[in-house]
Design a protein around this ligand. Structure first.
Ligand code: NAP
Length: 277
């Protein structure tokens, strides 16, 4: 079984340096895919109310044979549940669907600034953490300004900010802000959803040098820039490939060469304007 190292979050939680994305993993095939990942060593499972697979993820936790205490189930509160009471209801629903007695991490999925209720949502999450229903609380797709507002208005800094991050969009300024405030960065679509990224010449050259695959080079880059990638794969072989990145190291120059692929967001998901319910 692969051993995925951890880092310590600002609330003391040991948080894996790589996790499993589960978007699109649904039904019995979805349960089987998540079980396969857990059995090969994944400990962090990233779901969301809007992925409509919290039931499958909970089922996989029970079927995996791995102690519940070793696993971190992360979910997200959708835009339509912003607000104090709504966030409590959303979490109650996630607990019921997963069949778990606590969630390890909950994130505000999108800030939806025009709705302007993410601070109330955050207050509910602070209370849910105090009640033990959620162990760690964080956000997703938050900008520096939005993070600053949460911290200023509640005094509670998110443990995690999960954002679009891959070599085409390395998020240098936001990562520096996270580092200064003790917020762990998590990378969504870490492989840029496969796209043409994996064909980039610099990645095949580095793969050749290190005797690994271009995918492994990309995921290792995430780890070395201090972000937890959550690659999604439905396939047990590719899941193992993606998690087997802790036996080699890129040089600083190599990390820089990968970051130089920067060209911007791929899907027009600027959190100041893009909103999801
Ligand atoms: P991704 O992980 O960058 O890419 C997934 C794609 O890459 C799938 O088509 C997968 O196909 C393929 N793949 C995986 N491993 C591979 C390998 N070793 N070789 C070749 N192809 C490989 O994209 P994503 O699913 O969009 O992002 C990952 C997770 O981030 C999501 O599942 C979700 O949990 C989270 N997410 C969060 C947000 C947010 O707003 N917070 C937004 C988007 C995504 P197979 O399954 O066939 O292997």
């Amino acid at each position: 079984m692969l051993n995925i190292p951890t880092v310590t979050l600002n609330d003391g939680t040991a948080f894996p340096e790589l996790g499993l994305g589960t978007y699109g993993l649904r039904g019995e095939a979805g349960v089987a895919a998540v079980v396969a990942a857990i059995q090969s060593g994944y400990r962090l499972l990233d779901t969301a109310v809007n992925y409509e697979n919290e039931r499958e993820v909970g089922e996989a936790v029970r079927e995996s044979g791995v102690d519940r205490d070793e696993l971190l189930v992360a979910t997200k509160i959708p835009g339509r549940s912003h607000g104090y009471a709504e966030a409590i209801d959303s979490t109650t629903g996630s607990l019921a669907l997963t069949g778990l007695d606590h969630l390890d991490l909950s994130l505000i999925h999108w800030p939806n600034p025009s709705v302007d209720r993410y601070v109330d949502t955050w207050r509910a999450m602070i209370d849910l953490r105090e009640q033990g229903k959620i162990r760690s609380i964080g956000v997703s797709n938050f900008t520096e300004q939005m993070l600053t507002r949460l911290i200023d208005e509640t005094g509670v800094t998110p443990s995690v900010n999960q954002v679009e991050l891959h070599p085409y969009f390395p998020q240098g300024a936001l990562r520096a802000f996270h580092a200064a405030h003790g917020i762990r960065t998590e990378s969504w679509s870490p492989l840029a959803r496969r796209s043409e990224l994996l064909q980039e010449q610099v990645l095949s050259e580095l793969a050749e040098i290190h005797g690994v695959t271009p995918t492994q080079v990309v995921l290792r880059w995430h780890v070395q820039i201090g972000s937890t990638p959550i690659p999604k794969s439905a396939d047990a072989e590719r899941q193992r490939e993606n998690a087997d990145i802790f036996g080699f190291e890129l040089t600083l120059d190599e990390v820089g060469a990968i970051s130089a692929l920067e060209r911007g967001r791929l899907w027009d998901g600027d959190p100041n304007t893009h909103e999801e319910m």
